[in-house]
Write a protein that binds this ligand. Structure first.
Ligand code: SF4
Ligand code: SF4
Length: 454
């Protein structure tokens, strides 16, 4: 385990732009390109996924009002909460594996905070110019030029924030309906609140707080160091070589989004974005030295020249992740594609006496959790010959719940029990293996039963 030095002063987060503002320098290189080529597909996926449809419904929709989640061809219900928990645990294991192997690459390349900040910084660079131009502009008195530059930057930031807010809400509210309702002022106050909340959240986080979130708010930054070992590949300054080759140009500091000097050693604030690697490689090219004074490497590699890839802790995490993946896949593949919920009528009468018999009323909910339309037959089994009145069949679309009001009749004979348990059964007409059962109680008048005993 490698513990990072925490003795340095931890600066406070502030919105005061003059006090703590970081003016990062633009750089080019492999890691800068890699960040771009991982960020763009993630952004596009985020914006486009709500527009995709499968079986005439959104491919991904967290339908909170109906208490169901649609993810591609699968639908998850409250009873599938264990699957979602398993998915989160699996994601945590994958994050641990990535951290042990290559440090905070999640933070540096794929975390939404990083990707959105990159996009906001790109807009800033286009509107206000490079590092020196931005510093100069901030120190200039207000003028039309400054107003236009600042105004266009904030306009683009707000536009990106609006698209982000609308897109986020469209994971919970079908996107086409959302846009129509918002434009025609038909959406609920709650919907407008959440859109505005995420607009403000994005604007504040990516525009103003930026990597302060990574440094001071993200819990992952605090515990990631305990996952490092001497073979973890992190952005490292080669101190031995630096005594000869570092030209003290400070480019590695100027490009750093968290404003640290990697030459001071491994620091908790470093998000392993690799921008200082690119900056230093460019300097090394200019001065004619070999690249790699700052590079992704491990402490072991610096000391001994090699990195051990497979370590016991890493193997344990990989095995755990493989087991979780297997269990999750098995549970999803073998779970019944139908579930049944039977609720007794909550009316004032527990039963009705009808035609020499007794009738109980139920609400039957047939939940098609599969991927295709299914026609189900409803039947009832019990100690007595129960007769189901009303509809016996229902065609249910994938991800839908079909509500079937049902009456069950039973002859009231001398030997009949006043309270009995019966079982509702739904079976697919095309595949008898797809079925579900649910027990329910049947209530008859006690008086008749007592008479029968007497
Ligand atoms: S030190 Fe280098 S890798 Fe770490 S955050 Fe700064 S630029 Fe990125
Ligand atoms: S960019 Fe490289 S050469 Fe320049 S100060 Fe940083 S480590 Fe030294």
């Amino acid at each position: 385990m490698l513990v990072l030095p925490m003795t340095e002063r931890i600066p406070t987060t502030t919105l005061d732009t003059n006090a703590n503002k970081i003016y990062t320098r633009r750089t080019q290189g492999f890691y800068q390109q890699l960040r771009r080529y991982t960020g763009i597909p993630l952004l596009l996926s985020y914006v486009l996924i709500p527009w995709l449809s499968i079986n005439d419904r959104p491919a991904v929709l967290f339908d909170l009002s109906a208490q169901k989640f649609h993810i591609l061809w699968m639908s998850f219900w409250p009873q599938d909460g264990i699957l979602l928990a398993a998915l989160l645990i699996l994601a945590a294991f994958l994050l641990f594996i990535a951290t042990i192997l290559v440090g905070r690459v999640w933070c540096g390349f794929t975390c939404p905070q990083t990707v959105w900040t990159m996009m906001f910084m790109w807009a800033e660079d286009k509107c206000e110019g490079d590092r020196n131009q931005r510093i100069k502009l901030d120190h200039q008195p207000w003028s039309l030029n400054k107003l236009l530059r600042k105004g266009s930057k904030h306009g683009i930031w707000l536009l990106i924030s609006l698209i982000t807010g609308l897109t986020f809400v469209s994971y919970f509210y079908p996107v086409r309906e959302l846009l129509t309702d918002v434009v025609y002022l038909q959406a609920s106050a709650e919907t407008y609140f959440w859109i505005l909340f995420f607009v403000g959240f994005t604007y504040l986080n990516a525009g103003w707080l930026r990597e302060s979130v990574c440094k001071h708010m993200c819990p992952y930054a605090r515990f990631q160091s305990v996952m490092y070992d001497k073979d973890t590949m992190v952005v490292t300054y080669d101190t031995g070589r630096g005594k000869e080759d570092c030209v003290d140009c400070s480019w590695c500091v100027q490009v750093c989004p968290v404003d640290i000097d990697i030459r001071d050693g491994l620091q908790y604030a470093c998000i392993d974005c690799g921008l200082c690697v690119d900056a230093c490689n460019n300097v090394m090219d200019k001065v004619g030295y070999s690249r790699g004074l700052i590079r992704f490497t491990s402490q072991h590699a610096i000391e001994t020249g090699h990195t051990q890839l497979l370590r016991p802790r890493l193997v344990a995490y990989i095995i755990s992740a493989a087991i979780m993946t297997g269990l999750f896949s098995f549970t999803v593949a073998t779970r019944s594609p139908v579930s049944l919920d039977v609720v007794r009528d909550r009316g004032t009468h527990l039963f009705h006496t009808v035609h020499d018999g007794v009738e109980n009323v139920y609400t039957v909910k047939i939940n098609n959790m599969g991927t295709v339309d299914q026609t189900f037959t409803l039947s009832v089994e019990g100690r007595h010959p129960y007769i189901l009145k009303g509809h016996h069949q229902a065609t249910v679309r994938p991800g839908e719940v079909y509500v079937l009001p049902t009456r069950i009749w039973r002859a009231q004979e001398e030997q009949s029990r006043p309270h009995d348990t019966l079982e509702f059964v739904v079976t697919s007409t095309t595949n008898p293996d797809i079925s579900a059962r649910q027990k329910a109680s049947f209530i008859a008048p006690v008086k008749v039963a007592l008479n029968a005993k007497g």
